[in-house]
Write a protein that binds this ligand. Sequence first.
Ligand code: NDP
Length: 288
Amino acid sequence: MATIIDGKQIAQQIRDGLKTEVARLQKERKITPGLAAVLVGENPASKVYVNMKAKACDETGIYSQKIPLPADTPQKKLIELVHGLNQDQKIHGILIQLPLPDHLDQHAVLQEVSPHKDVDGFHPMNLGKLLSAKFWDELPAFVPCTPAGCIQLIESTGIEIEGKNAVVVGRSVIVGKPVAMLLLAKQATVTIAHSRTKNLKEICRQADILVVAAGRPKLVTADMIKPGAVVIDVGVNRVGEKQLVGDVDFEAAKEVAGFITPVPGGVGPMTIAMLLRNTVESAQCSVS
Ligand code: NDP
């Protein structure tokens, strides 16, 4: 029976530490870390995420600014807004909630965010640095939040990542690829699987560390898991009216895995904690 990795509790510990650091920054340097969250359109899930992030900022003492924009906002206007935030002394982190409406070029918008305020780690410069880093200490200041959270959850088990076989299911720029790069920087041997991968079951069964970010409920079943493996389930899938499930068949998988994250309560809270951490670190580095 696997040990359940309590992402909620680990994230809370991180947030408690950040709260202390924010108070120190305010007292000693008169700096209040600030995060701007830009939401274009009415995507209900995106609204929930932005509200959760703003609430988490409030609880940590971080100043937050929610900027809702209509769904038909022209790209030029969005980019002008981003340029304004780049210059805004109160703002140390800029978050563009994804996905953007179809008429907007996500890549073009993200590259207008100052790399020094890119707390989501999606600017091409920060992604490029992530790709260039051979070792952990060569990583950019900002790495994407969900992948960073996955690494913290793996490390919370006490299992050494170096030399392990790690399999990442999913190759998105937001989760799959950066998590694979982070595992590589931690000296794991990494395989990335995706929708065209043959023999997914055999590949997953090789994994000492299995990170699943496919957005497919119950894609990973118990027979795909190596006994004792660390299983990190990034997936968030809505089933029926209210239920949220991951990409792993949790009930069966926990009988085989050594450690496993639940959904909800695993990766999700860590994503927010990493965003807060990046914002506080950005404020620490600011000159004002
Ligand atoms: P994407 O849809 O961008 O990427 C999904 C990836 O999974 C793709 O690379 C796709 O392959 C692969 N995939 C899909 N089906 C299969 C399959 N049957 N077998 C193997 N691989 C498959 O999703 P994201 O990376 O953005 O998100 C993944 C999941 O994580 C979602 O459920 C999302 O909601 C969740 N998420 C959770 C977060 C959190 O904080 N907890 C944060 C971000 C995401 P291909 O490239 O070939 O299409």
